[in-house]
Design a protein around this ligand. Structure first.
Ligand code: MN
Length: 500
């Protein structure tokens, strides 16, 4: 997975009122700006200038082409001159991909001594971008508006964030998620409307009985297991009983077979994410927790207990953060530690946490896990490093999907010599009381997709593109305002369909 074949198109708006010289200038400036953006080294995906559009027909043709082009993951529009916005109605109504409206200007400063009326007519983005903004608002068109000079790092960085989100969005539009077993019985928050998810968020969720996976695991050869265990030996510390010659080594070899079989199965099915269920493991000798840890670190989305929404989000956040510093993982709120201002929540799971969130060398251990049919399982044990991150989830509110994002501060836990699973300890922002309180009021999951690499700006862009509800919990959150926001949203989403 990489961004090499992806493009973001740049379309400049103008009109023919100002004569041929203006058209030539607009085109030259646009070329220079796009080259400058690409040469900045700050954008992860290449920008392709698709020309200046001067009429309704040209605008519609440009957006139709963008829809049809599989490499194009989004369009940036910018108005060099005035571009009467009725010309944009049909094109924007047809356009199905993410939109970024860049409010900038070719020249940085007003040339005070020389500016005449011709110059001002040519350089009227202040005017043209407002006209364009009106019609996108009138059409209720989701988009990111980035305001700033195009050479400024801050402006380019906002475009870069949006580009990464577009890549995640494009990836999700043909994402297949395999569920090995159903949602955990009786659990509400991890379930949801899979039809609406495909309509709204793009991904497709399929069932695969565990019996279909078993032959893949059985077909793995001893030589393949030898090779993979040798790789483990290089990457991880291995507890003596789990190492070669130890009494539990057999379970590590079984986990290696699961990893190889699971990867093959997912690749055969073209699946980018998967879920497991500890209660549906007939034919397996252990829960595929170790394999899930390894595959998550490679970029497969994962959700435990049939949690396909979190599996999809883990995958999407992985794609968004490709090449950035800091990893991500599926996590679960487990145990509280009351400690005044430092009150924190221990994140763990029965096994499945990605080693991408630890800077330390993970240790392979093998233990019996007495939940469901989990059996004696290998697992990577480690502690997430300290730092700032975000925890995200999507819940199904019945009439809409709601994304909840919480800034979290990962801190160092005390040693946990008796806890045989990976863990992270964090303080939800702005503090435990408000952070956890708001998350619970919003109906957030006990599972989340966590990232050290991304910030809430990414998820704001994602929610805008997906056109789903977003609730942010950060340093500015108060419970009083948060409750008010949720009530307003409730009304907004009831009326939303009527407005469109
Ligand atoms: Mn769980």
């Amino acid at each position: 997975m990489n961004y090499r074949d992806l493009e973001v198109w740049f379309i400049t708006g103008a009109q023919l009122l100002y004569g041929g010289d203006a058209v030539v200038s607009v085109d030259a400036h646009s070329n220079e700006m796009v080259k400058g953006l690409n040469d900045s080294g700050r954008l992860p995906i290449k920008v392709v200038y698709k020309g200046t559009v001067n009429s309704s027909d040209e605008i519609s043709a440009a957006f139709r082409a963008a829809n049809a082009d599989t490499g194009c993951i989004g369009v940036i529009t910018w108005m060099h001159t005035f571009s009467p916005a009725k010309m944009w109605i049909h094109g924007l109504m047809d356009f199905k991909k993410p939109l970024l409206h860049l409010h900038t200007q070719y020249n940085e400063k007003i040339p005070w001594d020389t500016m005449d009326m011709d110059f001002m007519n040519l350089n009227q983005s202040a005017h043209g971008d407002r006209e364009f903004g009106h019609i996108t608002s009138r059409l209720r068109k989701p988009r990111k508006v980035v305001v700033g000079y195009w050479k400024d790092k801050a402006t380019q960085d906002k475009i870069a964030v949006w580009m990464r989100v577009c890549a995640g969005w494009a990836d999700a539009q043909n994402m297949r998620i395999i569920r090995f077993g159903d949602n955990m019985n009786n659990v509400a928050v991890t379930d949801g409307d899979k039809v609406e998810a495909e309509i709204r968020l793009g991904y497709h969720v399929d069932n695969a009985p565990i019996a279909k996976l078993v032959p893949y695991v059985k077909a793995v050869t001893e030589a393949e297991i030898d090779a993979l265990v040798a790789e483990y030996d290089k990457l991880y510390d291995i507890a003596p009983d789990a190492a070669k010659g130890g009494k539990n080594h057999i379970h590590l070899r079984a986990a290696a077979a699961q990893e190889i079989g699971l990867r093959r199965f997912l690749d055969d099915k073209g699946a980018k994410a998967f879920t497991t269920n500890f209660d549906e493991l007939e034919g397996m000798d252990q829960l595929m927790g170790f394999a899930s840890q390894r595959l998550m670190a490679e970029g497969y989305g994962f959700g435990a207990e049939g949690d396909w929404k979190t599996a999809a989000l883990v995958r999407t956040m992985y794609v968004m953060s490709l090449g950035l510093e800091g990893g991500g993982s599926f996590l679960e709120d487990y145990t509280l530690n009351f400690d005044g201002e430092n009150t924190s929540v221990l994140q763990a799971h029965m096994l499945e946490i990605s080693p991408a969130i630890s800077k330390a060398k993970p240790k392979i251990e093998v233990h019996f896990l007495g939940i469901g049919d989990a059996g004696t399982c290998a697992r990577l044990v480690f502690t997430a490093h300290e730092g700032e991150g975000i925890a995200c989830t999507i819940v199904d509110m019945g009439n809409r999907f709601r994304m909840i994002v919480n800034d979290v501060k990962v801190i160092k836990p005390k040693a946990l010599p008796k806890l045989p699973v990976a863990r992270a300890l964090w303080i939800p922002q702005p503090n435990f009381e408000v952070g956890a309180g708001a998350w619970i009021l919003a109906g957030g999951t006990h599972h989340s997709s966590f990232s050290f690499a991304l910030t809430k700006e990414y998820m704001e862009d994602y929610a805008e593109i997906a056109d789903i509800e977003l609730l942010l919990i950060d340093k500015d959150t108060t419970i009083r305002q948060f409750k008010k926001d949720m009530r307003i949203n409730e009304v907004y989403y009831m009326l939303n369909k009527a407005l469109r």
